[in-house]
Design a protein around this ligand. Structure first.
Ligand SMILES: Cc1cc2nc3c(=O)[nH]c(=O)nc-3n(C[C@H](O)[C@H](O)[C@H](O)COP(=O)(O)O)c2cc1C
Length: 187
């Protein structure tokens, strides 16, 4: 392998393709987010990176919570749409025919058709540059009971969606499981 240096760019991938719902049950919005990550296990925390010009940005700052919904790969067209139109001009729940569902712990509503909804309180906002980081504390996770196995989602049945460098992918075969490398190496 021979590597070539290229100018710095956002080269970390794959990213998830997520639907973040925000606002209130009466005035909800959805924004597609790819720059998101788990940042802490205890307490369970996540981050989403958002440009301040997004309509969702002030909704989250005002309401101090948001929900990260993991969509099914079969909903990829709606995921793309929520990332290409603004809640300033469109009711995305209506346009996408998504069902608004009340969250258990936060005011931002959930998207019923997404198998996993992660409810977060806004903990911190970090100003960075083109994007700011919303750090959220996970206060509830709602999982479609049909994919629940021993209190965790059975990803085989989840139809996960991934976004990488402008392209959407469905996830392929399992090629290993956590710690499997140790068994092969006698360490
Ligand atoms: C696949 C995909 C990923 C995106 N990821 C982000 C992101 O991580 N952060 C962000 O600020 N905008 C992201 N966007 C752009 C917003 O989703 C888009 O500007 C959206 O229309 C904003 O909606 P709003 O104005 O209703 O908040 C992404 C768009 C797409 C299609």
């Amino acid at each position: 392998m021979r590597k070539q240096d290229v100018p710095p760019f956002t080269a970390l991938f794959p990213n998830p393709a997520l639907l973040v719902s925000c606002g209130t049950f009466e005035n909800p919005n959805i924004i597609t987010i790819a720059w998101a990550s788990t940042v802490c296990r205890d307490p369970p925390m996540v981050s989403i990176a958002m440009t301040p010009s997004r309509y969702s940005y002030n909704l989250i700052l005002e309401n101090k919570d948001f929900v990260i919904n993991l969509p099914r790969a079969s909903d990829v067209e709606k995921v793309d749409l929520c990332g290409n139109i603004s809640g300033r001009n469109h009711s995305k729940f209506d346009v996408c025919d998504f069902t608004i569902e009340r969250s258990t712990k936060v005011n931002s509503p959930r998207i019923k058709e997404c198998p996993i909804s992660i409810e977060c309180y806004l903990d911190k906002t970090i100003h960075i540059g083109s994007h700011d980081l919303f750090i959220g504390q996970i206060v509830n996770v709602a999982i479609d009971s049909s994919i629940l196995k021993n209190n965790a989602p059975d990803l085989d049945n989840m139809d996960i969606l991934v976004y990488t460098q402008g392209q959407y992918y469905a996830i392929g075969d399992i090629i290993g499981s956590y710690g499997f490398s140790l068994k092969n190496r006698n360490i």
